[in-house]
Every structure is written in structure tokens, then in C-alpha cells.
Design a protein around this ligand. Structure first.
Ligand SMILES: [Zn+2]
Length: 232
């Protein structure tokens, strides 16, 4: 078994030991910078406390329950879509918040349809999807709402790549980031991170690498165990 560096989990455990566990845990899960990936997950019963419908244009047929995001993220998405429109770019929301069980259903169905190899690059296991945080939205533009890599060729994607950070979003799964994020390039998946979006964008790092670097600086040591496990 490879060594798992569980700095954030350690913090979580400390918070659980000291003080009102649920309230403290929510504080951690509701940080704009919460890192959810193949290593760090959310409990099955975690649901963001302030889910709200993002008031933006959505692709045809998107049900109300997929239009939800956390309040700040929804407002930021609205600002971003408006700004895009002013630049002549029409963005469409496709899929926002998903509960643990919605993700479970999706994951199991995709596993059956596509097999393990594909699914491990594109679909998170339940509890490990950013969509459960309420901070992620899959987006498209007219003619490109099927959440495939061809979205990367559109002006809408190019606009997002240059501007999303101004509204607190990052393109979470980049072309060069697969080894670190664990996921294939997903040009359509934007993640709200709030104030640090521009710093992340400027760094050119994946969120994993950015958080890891931040923890190293905060700890003042190079001996901090790796945040994200990789075969080396
Ligand atoms: Zn997504």
C-alpha cells in the first residue's frame, strides 16, 4: 500500500475531536477551497447548506435540481455568464449540484456502459465528485452542450480559459493536469474557488499542486508528506 499523505484529513480529525463536530465539519466542507478528488471525499450525507438555483441560461432539458449551486458560486456564475454575453459569448449551464446518491447512480450506470478504464478518467465515485460540493458547474454553449472535448474548440471555451478566474472559477481538469487531478481534460467543468482563482490561474498549477504548495509554504518545511498520492 502506497503511503497516503493525509494532511487535510488530519485537520478534519482534529476538528472532529475538538468542538461541535458537525458544525466544524461543515466549516471545512464549505470552504471555497475544499479539495475533493480521488483521495479526498465528502460524507454520503453532506449536502451544502445554502444551495440555490443559479439564474443563468441552461441547456434545453436541464432539470431544476441540476441548476443548483452554493449561493456565492451561483452569484459568481451569473456574473460570469453576463460578462461573457457582453463579449458576445453565450454560455449555457448543463449540470451543477449532484447529491451523493445522484453521483452513485451516474457512476454505476457509466461503469456498466463504458467500463472501468473510461470511467476512472471521467466519472467520480460517489463522495468524490466536485459536484457534491455545490461549487462546480458543467457548461457548454449552443451546439456544444454534450460535455465532450470538442467544446475546447469553441470561442466559449477560449473565453472561459482567459476570463473564468476573474469570477472566482477555474477550469479544474486541464489538458496537462491529468496525472495530478486523476481526470482527463474536461474543458466544460468549471469549479468555483473564490478569491484564489486568479492566483491558481496565474500559477498554471492544478488545484492539487497549488494546495500542496500552499501547505508546504504554510508548514515552512519540505518534509510535508505529499498531499496527492502518485506512483513515483
Ligand atoms: Zn463536471
Amino acid at each position: 500500500m502506497k503511503r497516503k499523505a493525509m494532511w487535510l484529513l488530519l485537520m478534519l480529525m482534529l476538528l472532529t475531536v475538538f468542538g461541535p463536530a458537525q458544525a466544524q465539519a461543515d466549516v471545512v466542507y464549505e470552504s471555497d477551497m475544499i479539495l475533493v478528488n480521488k483521495v479526498y471525499g465528502l460524507p454520503w450525507d453532506y449536502e451544502p447548506s445554502d444551495l440555490t438555483e443559479a439564474n443563468v441560461a441552461f441547456a434545453e432539458g436541464v432539470v431544476q435540481s441540476r441548476k443548483l449551486m452554493r449561493a456565492d458560486a451561483a452569484l459568481a456564475l451569473e456574473d460570469m455568464f453576463e460578462a461573457a454575453l457582453e463579449d458576445g459569448i453565450e454560455l449555457l449551464g448543463v449540470s451543477g449540484y449532484r447529491s451523493y446518491y445522484t453521483q452513485k447512480t451516474i457512476y454505476e450506470r457509466r461503469l456498466e456502459e463504458m467500463g472501468e478504464k473510461h470511467v476512472s478518467r471521467y466519472n467520480a465515485k460517489p463522495g468524490h465528485s466536485e459536484h457534491q460540493t455545490g461549487l462546480a458547474m458543467d457548461v457548454g454553449c449552443p451546439g456544444y452542450t454534450d460535455l465532450t472535448e470538442r467544446f475546447a474548440k469553441t470561442d466559449a471555451y477560449k473565453w472561459l480559459r482567459e476570463n473564468a478566474h476573474l469570477y472566482g472559477f477555474i477550469i479544474r481538469y486541464t489538458k496537462d493536469g491529468e496525472e495530478e487531478t486523476g481526470y482527463a481534460f474536461e474543458p466544460w467543468h468549471v469549479r468555483y474557488v473564490g478569491d484564489e482563482a486568479t492566483a491558481i490561474w496565474e500559477s498554471g498549477l492544478t488545484m492539487e499542486a497549488y494546495v500542496e504548495r500552499k501547505l508546504r509554504i504554510a508548514s515552512g518545511t519540505d518534509r510535508l508528506p505529499r498531499l496527492y498520492e502518485r506512483d513515483e
